[in-house]
Design a protein around this ligand. Structure first.
Ligand code: SAM
Length: 366
């Protein structure tokens, strides 16, 4: 059960951490081949390991950092865990120290000495203030950073749209935010105008808005004002009410492609990757074909394009939910019904294998 008495399906346990784990595995590994330093910031870190043994996001990040650094021997990863509550912070510190020892045994000091962990007992607000006022602000080389903000509630956390503005100023920041919309919706009669202004970056009238409308509005604000792409992952309780959204925010088309894969693979009855707030997304994914067919055949009519061009159009965009796997499946349908043909040779001059859609296959749209 959640703090506010909502029944949460047991499958929810650890789902956020699985998303963080899945994405960090790809992100740390991909970026450690091009950057010498990477950074992960967990603004609302929690204890690292819960009393029931569930592994929290800080420990997940440590494990994934070690996994990537074993493969990339020149890179350093900085991990910063911020926790306001003293007792939880003490637990976190102990769990991190123990886990550092485990990792050293598993991967050796050549890996662990390149993981720099900072555990701070402070309010996340001060981290943002330090970032904003630091005299070094514009001088530091922008380090690729992944930020996870997972407060218990948005209203109480002090969350401010300005935080997103601060991160958006840095070119290499990607963010995963736990946006507890239901808390906002429930408290809509008591929440002050100032607080709404702060959370949404401007005043919006939420008195008649549904949870879906609120989150869509928030997503569009991020897209338009910060010029960033946004993916949504929806979490519902057993009464099928939306509890919260994980909001992924990035400027990177590659980030969108990869996060779609991670979120798409972790769909279940009460939680799924969605960009439109559909309640039946799992099924809609397959029933989406006519929508794709229509859009694709109009947009690319009479053109010759590679599968990679199609991925770059649909998969790297936050306007569409589809992953590379979905697109390949759709292309197969289109080939079967004769709406497209595939050239026998790929762009590298090699033969295309029947029924496959590698990224350098050439599609001819009729
Ligand atoms: C939902 S838990 C974090 C769970 C963690 N992300 C995980 O996956 O294991 C939220 C944590 O944020 C802490 N917290 C609340 N307000 C905070 C603030 N303003 N600054 C830093 N930590 C805060 C709480 O004490 C709590 O431990």
């Amino acid at each position: 059960m959640s703090k506010d008495g909502n029944w949460i399906p047991p499958q929810h346990a650890g789902i956020k951490e699985k998303i963080v784990q899945g994405y960090l595995r790809i992100w740390f590994t991909r970026l450690s081949s091009t950057s010498s330093v990477l950074s992960y910031l967990d603004g609302f870190a929690g204890p690292g390991i819960y009393d029931d043994g569930i592994i929290g996001s800080p420990i997940v990040a440590m494990e994934e950092a070690a996994w990537a650094l074993k493969r990339h021997t020149e890179t350093y990863i900085r991990l910063a865990f911020i926790e306001k509550n003293r007792t939880i912070f003490e637990k976190l510190k102990k769990n991190v120290e123990n886990y550092q020892r485990n990792l050293e045994k598993k991967y050796g000091p050549s890996v662990t000495k390149r993981i720099r962990v900072l555990v701070e007992n402070m309010d996340f607000r001060y981290v943002i203030e330090t970032m904003t006022f630091s005299p070094w602000k514009n001088r530091l080389h922008p380090i690729p950073s992944f930020v996870f903000l997972d407060p218990f509630g948005i209203t109480k956390s002090g969350f401010s749209f300005d935080w997103l503005r601060t991160f958006a100023e840095r070119s290499n920041v990607e963010l995963l935010l736990n946006f507890y919309v239901q808390g906002i919706e429930r408290n809509r009669s008591t929440i002050s105008k100032e607080r709404i202004n702060q959370i949404f970056g401007e005043y919006i009238d939420i008195s008649n808005k549904s949870v879906e409308e609120i989150v869509k509005w928030f997503r569009n604000k991020i897209r338009q004002e910060l010029n960033m792409k946004v993916l949504l992952y929806e979490m519902r309780n057993t009464r099928n009410r939306i509890l919260y959204y994980l909001v992924f925010i990035t400027k990177s088309p590659e980030g969108i492609k990869k996060m779609k894969e991670v979120m798409g693979n972790l769909s279940g009855k009460y939680f799924y990757f969605t960009n439109e707030g559909h309640s039946d997304q799992l099924h809609l994914l397959r029933h989406d074909f006519p929508e794709f067919q229509n859009d694709f055949l109009n947009r690319f009519a009479k053109q010759e394009i590679t599968v990679d061009d199609i991925f770059n159009y649909y998969v790297a965009s936050d306007e569409y939910i589809w992953t590379e796997k979905d697109i390949r499946e759709f292309l197969k349908h289109l080939e079967d019904d004769g709406s497209i043909t595939v050239k026998p040779f790929k762009t590298d001059g090699k033969k295309r294998r029947k029924n496959t859609f590698p990224s350098n296959a050439v599609i001819v749209v009729l």
